[in-house]
Design a protein around this ligand. Structure first.
Ligand SMILES: Nc1ncnc2c1ncn2[C@@H]1O[C@H](COP(=O)(O)OP(=O)(O)OP(=O)(O)O)[C@@H](O)[C@H]1O
Ligand SMILES: [Mg+2]
Length: 267
């Protein structure tokens, strides 16, 4: 049964704007290394897209370009457009801190802060200057509910987060992202260190959250992309080779490289 809080959370979310993500002829280079070549892609609001591809294909580069985390790397260049609800994230006027709040990111290895479960989730709202204790308690509970972790931690919110299992730590990372109320969630191979049961939990959660957020999920595993359903983009050597609904791309790939990848001949 879906908890009452979860329903409230969804109601709250549906009244907020949701972002559409588009790449138009987008290229990205680190010095002389071209990591992405003229990528074209459109992600509908409130939907889940999986980006799959072998190592070095540019998946992380694409995610980090979307919330401009790559700005921190020296000597990079890009061309084309990367649009978030029609606005280029590389426009001069972009407030990068605000962009990173709207576009949250979950990494492959969860690294909770050395503090309690509660404080880990409260950290983001506090930084956003939410000061009311009641508001923080409510945000923490909602985020933990939405990340499907609440039932497992509600009686031990003061426990150090380091004591959670790997799968729980990853859901805590998601709760921390959700607590600052992003519009888009980027996930870079979030299940690569998890067992099959925790992996399925995260996948189910993503499908559920896709009704309320725009989710971009990176994986190197085509089976995972198929399980996530929704739309799939195949990146190969920086090129967006194919993009479409999972059930079509996996049954009738249009490009030979996609076929080789999903049948395990490459990657
Ligand atoms: N900071 C960097 N400086 C220089 N080159 C980089 C940097 N980060 C990535 N690259 C290069 O860009 C290309 C794409 O890398 P990226 O990390 O985006 O691939 P990926 O698809 O995420 O791979 P993986 O599955 O191994 O995580 C690679 O050739 C990589 O060597
Ligand atoms: Mg990567």
């Amino acid at each position: 049964m879906i908890p009452v809080c979860w329903k409230r959370w969804r109601l709250m979310k549906t009244s907020r704007p949701k972002f559409k993500v588009e790449a138009v002829e987008f290229s990205y280079s680190y010095g002389d290394v071209t990591a992405l070549k003229k990528v074209n892609l459109g992600v509908k609001k409130n939907s889940l897209i999986t980006i799959m591809g072998p190592t070095g294909s540019g998946k992380t580069t694409f995610l980090r370009a979307l919330n401009r985390l790559n700005d921190l790397v020296g000597q990079t260049s890009h061309s084309g457009k990367l649009l978030l609800d029609g606005k280029d994230v590389y426009d001069r006027g972009t407030d990068v801190a605000d962009l990173r709040r709207k576009v949250g990111m979950v990494f492959a290895v969860p690294t909770p802060l050395p503090m309690s479960v509660f404080e880990n989730v409260a950290y983001g709202p506090r930084k956003k200057r939410v000061t009311s204790k009641g508001a923080i308690v409510e945000l923490v509970e909602k985020a933990l509910q939405a990340a499907a972790l609440w039932d497992e931690v509600k009686d031990r919110l003061d426990m150090p987060a380091q004591r959670l299992s790997g799968g729980q730590k990853q859901r805590l990372a998601l709760a921390r992202t959700l607590a600052v109320e992003p519009e888009v969630i980027l996930l870079d191979e979030p299940t690569s260190g998890l067992d099959p049961v925790s992996t399925l939990k995260i996948e189910e959660l993503m499908k559920r959250l896709a009704g309320s957020y725009t989710i971009v999920f990176v994986t190197h595993n085509p089976q995972q992309a198929a399980r996530l359903e929704g739309e799939v983009a195949f990146l190969y050597m920086g090129e967006m080779v194919e993009f479409g609904l999972a059930r079509e791309l996996f049954t009738r790939p249009r490009d030979r490289r996609t076929e080789d990848y999903i049948t395990g001949k490459v990657g």
